[in-house]
Design a binder for this molecule. Sequence first.
Ligand code: ATP
Length: 513
Amino acid sequence: MAQEDVFKKIVSHSKEYGFVFPSSEIYDGLAAVYDYGQNGVELKNNIKQYWWQSMVLLHENIVGIDSSIFMHPTIWKASGHVDAFNDPLIDNRDSKKRYRADVLIEDQIAKYDEKINKEVAKAAKRFGDSFDEAKYRATSQKLIEDTEKRNALHERYKSAMNANDLDELKQIILDEGIVDPIGGTRNWTDVRQFNLMFSTEMGSTSEGSMKVYLRPETAQGIFVNFLNVQKTGRMKIPFGIAQIGKAFRNEIVARQFIFRMREFEQMEMQFFVRPGTEIEWFKKWKEIRMKWHEALGFGSENYRFHDHEKLAHYANAATDIEFKMPFGFKEVEGIHSRTDFDLSQHEKFSGKSIKYFDPELNESYTPYDIETSIGVDRMFLSVMCGAYTEETLENGETRVVLKLPAQLAPVKLAILPLVKKDGLAEKALDIRNELKFHFNCQYDEKDSIGKRYRRQDAIGTPYCVTVDHQTLEDNTVTLRNRDTMEQIRVAVPELNGLLHDKVSIIGLLKTLQ
Ligand code: ATP
């Protein structure tokens, strides 16, 4: 199946099974804003819990906060967001569609890459075992020309972005003959900068009101609370502050479902270290964070680092963790060595000293910061993409199963009476009432047992318990495994102990140690 079709199926599956709904759907929706349904919210909460506990429970020197969405507007001046949190936008006069100029050019570079890779793959097929890729790349005249063209475009694009040269970005689009992906024409406007922050008014009267922003990242709430936490928590460097919360960006082009939203949620951790040790910590955090992703079991081949070529002026190292979505490897998390930029800026703009006194060195300094920043919604999307599976069974039927890590699954256990009568329903409800204190259970008595299993497969429930006539005699049930579909007979009092380690976040956390 084409990857595009797989993605479409994931989007419709998410809706059909109560994971993600378009916002305000009965009013035809609101672009790039989504709601999480009854299963989505459970999965999302489990992702957040996995992240939070891996930070705050597993690290004695990391604590959490929950700062507000509205903050003093000067914070965004200090952080650089008022002046520089921009994307270059371009409109097509014919289709009236708006695009990000940088994305149009990056897509063009990706097209060259695709062409080059296709040529190499074709040659590999032609030459078979004797194929020497390096030699082919160095000698095929066509490939050399294509690679040169691609690299020249890349260099030109990089310099235009670094110099913030909007005219040059437009010229690249014209020179490359890039057409509107929807309308197909080249009738482009000039490129303009567009600030991504949403703003609103705070205060009751028009004279007394103040322009405030909806935070575009949660990080600044951590920086401005640095001293509060350090002092009241008696924190010693190195230490971290973690936070989960909403962020808002007026994205020019919101595409790919919950990959790019206008309202989304971030899980950010700022780790403060001694100046000079930041690159060592940056490397450590890269390792820790990759391990966190890989522990979910989707296969390490589906993750990669993408080191930034263009560093923000305040960063001295930056990388993304990318996940292989059906539409290619895409950023899920960013890890940035942000130096002392943010704390120093807030010191400058607020006029208050934000220094740390290091008792071991007997000196005060502005700590350096390593940031790990991951989008909850993008993580959610990567989990759905990794889990969505269509299987053909031995009897020729297909089943759709979400192979979610059991610890993240919305429902851990479905409790199903084989039939409603003969006291089986009552027995099943007794079991549910006992186990509901331990994990999220779902009772279902409607339709055939086969249909009920499929419904649970479709929402990723890792285990199903079936209560049958034998249960009434010996207090045992069948326990069905979602992935293998194997069933074993288990005594009811053993269910909790048997499942606890398999479905609890603790099991995942232990693999990180
Ligand atoms: P992109 O280049 O995709 O716009 P970014 O580099 O601007 O992302 P950061 O500012 O580093 O992203 O934000 C950290 C994380 O927040 C990202 O890795 C991503 O998971 C998430 N994120 C950022 N913007 C959005 C968005 N519009 N919708 C959903 N998640 C987002």
